[in-house]
Design a binder for this molecule. Sequence first.
Ligand code: ZN
Length: 55
Amino acid sequence: MAKKQPKLPEKICIVCGRPFTWRKKWEKVWGEVKYCSDRCRRHRDGKTSDKGGES
Ligand SMILES: [Zn+2]
């Protein structure tokens, strides 16, 4: 009766330090995901942004 709950991988966000769970949208880039959300990613990127720098 009980539904199976597949265990999804988890990671810790390097910005906010919280665990987050695998999402469908990350299925192809999961190995590179470091942030729980775009907000956290921006938070980190934005810190050293005055003059744009891609490197
Ligand atoms: Zn985060």
